[in-house]
Design a protein around this ligand. Structure first.
Ligand code: TPP
Ligand code: MG
Length: 232
């Protein structure tokens, strides 16, 4: 994945996808998408495939508040509900779509309420509490594999900066930002374990990350001859 982000030939998509279009079929990663909300119907279609093949899998679609106002959100949740599909819609409500506050762009800011319109269970949770996210997602996954259909999860969270590296995020309420930053998911999770455990996990994560960066930096860029390969 790091090689893909750095545009190297050894990346998941041979360096042609970059971070925005990354996917990896080998580990069932269906891909990120430059179309905001584009992953929602893709996940729904994959869930229909799972149902037809009768395999014991669950699809999770990750998206944010802005994406939930794309029309495909409604179409997808309705289809998932009438077909009783094994899919979890993970709506990460981080309160902003680029610089647009959720209150400006959404008539109903308690987004979990939308689940009722599609006749599926809706769960609203603290998206910064990793344990709560895990437990509720597990319940939704169990429902899906038991043939009990889709779930909409609204995980409330907050963006820790601008939308991209050149966006200072000055439109964000700085007081809110400071409060949410103090509740960073990693900070909260760290409080549940001992310092020794935390240090061990951090050391392992650091060394995996360093190895990934080294692998990526030492990998070649895609060759010009390969530019047209894999195009039908
Ligand atoms: C269909 C579509 N419309 C507009 C854009 C431009 N755009 C890129 S990101 C973004 C905001 C997305 O908001 P949200 O879903 O809340 O994601 P977040 O900013 O929280 O990551 C928009 C409108 C796009 N990429 N695709
Ligand atoms: Mg958002």
């Amino acid at each position: 994945m790091m090689a893909e982000i750095l545009g190297r030939a050894t990346g998941y998509c041979k360096g042609r996808g970059g971070s925005m279009h990354i996917s990896n079929k080998a580990n069932n990663n269906l891909g990120a998408n430059g179309i905001v909300g584009g992953g929602i119907p893709i996940a729904t279609g994959a869930a229909l495939g799972i149902k037809i093949k009768k395999s014991n899998q669950v699809v999770v679609a990750f998206f944010s508040d802005g994406a939930s106002n794309n029309g495909v959100f409604g179409e997808s949740l309705n289809l998932a509900s009438i077909y009783n599909l094994p899919v979890i819609y993970m709506l990460e409500n981080n309160h902003y779509a680029v610089s647009t506050p959720v209150e400006y762009a959404s008539a109903c800011c308690e987004m979990v309420e939308r689940s009722r319109a599609y006749g599926m269970p809706g769960v609203c949770l603290d998206g910064n509490d990793a344990v709560e996210v895990y437990l509720e997602t597990k319940k939704a996954a169990d429902r899906a594999t038991n043939g009990e259909g889709p779930t909409l999860i609204e995980a409330k969270t907050y963006r820790h900066g601008g939308h991209h590296v050149n966006d200072p995020g000055l439109y964000m309420d700085q007081q809110d930002l400071a409060e949410w930053k103090a509740r960073d998911p990693l900070v909260l999770l760290r409080q549940r374990i001992s310092d020794e455990e935390a240090r061990k996990i951090e050391a392992q994560a650091d060394s995996e990350l360093e190895a990934a960066v080294e692998f990526a930096q030492n990998s070649p860029e895609p060759s010009v001859e390969e530019f047209l390969a894999d195009i039908e």
